[in-house]
Design a protein around this ligand. Structure first.
Ligand code: FUB
Length: 310
């Protein structure tokens, strides 16, 4: 955990005793819960070595509680690897943690853990929620609109979504998996496989009537991920590219955005290689406060030392 407690400042990286990545904030009541992935110290095959998901919480952005391992590959009988970027949401008193995993029979798919508490324990459905049989099914981001319709967006290199049913553990099979048109107008001209900047790690939310899609981006001529964003007047697009949200500041190949408002402040969570021993496979979660322009646009957000107590 943060080695600075009971002061007025939360120093980045927030979590300092293990490597964490892919931050997913979730505000419930007076508490901000932060779900993360966990980069193991010891690598297998010199690749992402990630077996479980972690949760931390705070009421003031400075004092953090470590809730430990709240869901893991051991809880998902049909998965064997890659406990990757999750997101949690609540509906009707139940908490749903959407998690990409590698299936025992190959390919990536999206699992759902269900719990009565935001800090788990989460119980797997017993089968994947989204399983298209390809490698695109990663990095789920979930959102419930004002009319009650829930959406789960996900994907690398394509952004896709499903309309979740009220139960949050199934989706509208008639609509199916919808592929968002990967155009330069929506995601900017970039160097990822679709020719746009959109890479992975989408983060979907709505603010003041505008829908935001923030994502990890590949810009032309850059080797590491930055963040970009697009906006829309509807939950399913059309998306209009808004520009760069954060430059290639992580110092490692990946980055992953998580955004929330909390007690009157707007926060962007991201990850870097800034802890001692940091690397592409040993990342650490950070946070910065940021501000919206009056028209809803967001200027480029710089990486920072940390945030103040609220
Ligand atoms: O952490 C594993 C993968 O790397 C995530 O799913 C991606 O978003 C990237 O951060």
């Amino acid at each position: 955990m943060a080695d600075v407690v009971n002061t007025d400042f939360c120093q980045n990286p927030i979590i300092r005793d293990i490597y964490t990545a892919d931050p997913a904030p979730f505000v419930y009541g007076d508490t901000l819960y932060l779900y993360t992935t966990h980069d193991e110290d010891k690598l297998i095959n010199d690749f992402y070595t990630m077996f479980d998901w972690r949760c931390f919480s705070t009421k003031d952005m400075v004092n953090w509680t470590d809730h430990g391992k709240i869901f893991s590959l051991d809880d998902i009988e049909w998965a064997d690897d890659r406990a990757w970027a999750p997101q949690c949401i609540e509906r009707n008193g139940k908490f749903y943690l959407y998690c990409p995993v590698h299936k025992k029979d190959g390919g990536m798919a999206i699992a759902v853990g269900v719990s009565d508490s935001p800090v788990g324990p989460f119980k797997d459905l017993g089968y994947p929620l989204v399983d298209e049989g390809d490698w695109n099914d990663i990095d789920p981001t979930v959102f419930i609109d004002d009319d009650g319709q829930a959406y789960l967006y996900f994907g690398n290199p394509e952004l896709r979504y499903v309309k979740l049913n009220e139960d949050m553990i199934s989706y509208d099979k008639e609509v199916g998996v919808v592929k968002i048109p990967m155009t330069v107008e929506s995601f900017g001209k970039g160097s990822h496989m679709t020719g746009t900047t959109y890479g992975e790690g989408p983060w979907f939310y709505k603010r003041n009537g505008l829908y935001y899609m923030v994502f990890a981006a590949f810009r032309e001529g850059k080797k590491d991920e930055s963040f970009g964003y697009a906006t829309s007047t509807g939950p399913t697009g059309p998306w209009v590219y808004g520009g760069v949200l954060m430059d290639e500041e992580g110092g490692v190949f990946t980055n992953h955005p998580g955004i929330t408002d909390f007690k009157g402040h707007s926060y962007l969570f991201y990850h870097t290689g800034d802890l001692p021993g940091g690397s592409l496979f040993h990342r650490s979660v950070c946070v910065t406060e940021f501000f919206y322009n009056e028209d809803g646009t967001i200027n480029v957000i710089p990486k920072c030392d940390g945030v103040s107590k609220i």
